[in-house]
Design a binder for this molecule. Structure first.
Ligand code: UDP
Length: 343
């Protein structure tokens, strides 16, 4: 079976972990990335972990000529896993056009290039943000999609719709994976999340606070209708997420998909509050996290967690790692960054 996989945005957080899992499963990986929010040194880290350096081309998906030339040069690509996108919720509210332009144009150009190159298998990196605050929990794939709270979230829903329409109209076979809250890092602590500037997300902010880079973690609101008043999310280990991508692309290559466009929720099925995260982090790291309760953050939903039954059943995938593992690996990664900066 043809086994070369193109990973767009493969130098990023989830893309790099997925590239490792693909290489370990015997796939040949070629990464394209514009390096707008990542570093080419990730290729060396992937090589250290897997013993093999992935193919790499620095390329912006918004440049369709370069993309066509890329596919002409690599006619043997069996499938594509598409991560490349801008991903900051906050920034997207300040610069909506930057987000709509980059994320939609990149996806449309990719679909056109795949069509032209007769490449039919696509896994798309989507998000549970497409559900907004769901009416029922846990949230399953048939829950209605709602207008997202941010332009970023809207781009995920719109890209899903574009891919769905193309799969109905043409020979494209596609899987959209709706992630809940990815955290943690590879157990080697050689790769992980590299937030630029002040992190927006809870876990990078928390580990930076524990490491002394930030003074205090703000807990956004303690008046939600949850067991301790703080917001609840379904956190998932990034390596579990990476393994789901392997399952999804394999399902397409083996033609086991049941529809031309399928969606799967990727979560553990268990929700944890912000205070649960802080307590568990303190337990596994032995480090106290200075924190304070502040007002709610605009646009945050109260609580969400996944019903991952469809992914369990159809993809044969189940999250393996619990919260302790996720936070331990996030802390090991933060410490490895600190030791690199010291040296
Ligand atoms: N959160 C927080 N302090 C922070 C960052 C996040 O209390 O500095 C809370 C946020 O309100 C939400 C949860 O942590 O309840 C997860 O937020 P994150 O930004 O990581 O992911 P989201 O689900 O909002 O995309």
């Amino acid at each position: 079976m043809a086994n070369k996989i193109l990973v767009t945005g493969g130098a990023g957080y989830i893309g790099s972990h997925t590239s490792i899992v693909l290489q370990e499963a015997g796939f040949e990986v070629h990464i394209i990335d514009n390096l707008s929010n990542s570093d080419a040194a990730v290729m060396d880290r992937i090589a250290e972990i897997t013993g093999k350096i992935p193919g790499f081309t620095q390329l912006d998906l918004c440049n369709s000529e370069d993309l066509h030339a890329f596919f002409d040069k690599h006619p043997d690509i069996a499938g594509v896993i598409h991560f490349a996108a801008h991903k900051s919720v906050n920034e997207s509210s300040t610069y909506p056009l930057k987000y709509y332009h980059n994320n939609l144009t990149g996806t449309i150009n990719l679909l056109q290039a795949m069509q032209r190159a007769n490449c039919h298998n696509l896994v798309f990196s989507s998000s549970c943000t497409v559900y907004g605050q769901p009416d029922q929990l846990p949230v399953s794939e048939d829950a209605p999609l709602k207008k997202a709270f941010s332009p970023y979230g809207n781009t995920k829903r719109m890209c899903e719709e574009i891919i769905h329409d193309q799969a109905e109209a043409d020979s494209l076979q596609a899987v959209a994976l709706r992630y809940f809250n990815p955290i943690g890092a590879h157990h080697s602590a050689r790769i992980g999340e590299l937030p630029v500037g002040i992190p927006n997300n809870l876990v990078p902010y928390l580990t930076q606070t524990a490491a002394g880079k930030r003074d205090s973690l703000k807990v956004f609101g303690q008046d939600y209708d949850t067991h301790d008043g703080t917001g609840i999310r379904d956190y998932i280990h990034v390596v579990d997420l990476a393994e789901a991508h392997l399952k999804a692309i394999s399902r397409l290559l083996e033609q086991k998909n049941k529809e031309a466009f399928e969606v799967f929720n990727l979560g553990t099925g268990t929700g944890y509050s912000v205070l649960d995260i802080i307590k568990t982090f303190e337990k596994v790291s032995g480090v106290r996290v200075t924190h304070e309760i502040t007002d709610r953050r605009a646009g945050d939903i109260e609580k969400v967690w996944a019903d991952p039954a469809k992914a369990n059943r159809e993809l044969g995938w189940k999250a393996r790692f619990g919260l302790d593992d996720m936070l331990r690996s996030a802390w090991a990664w933060e410490q490895s960054l600190a030791s690199r900066n010291d040296s």
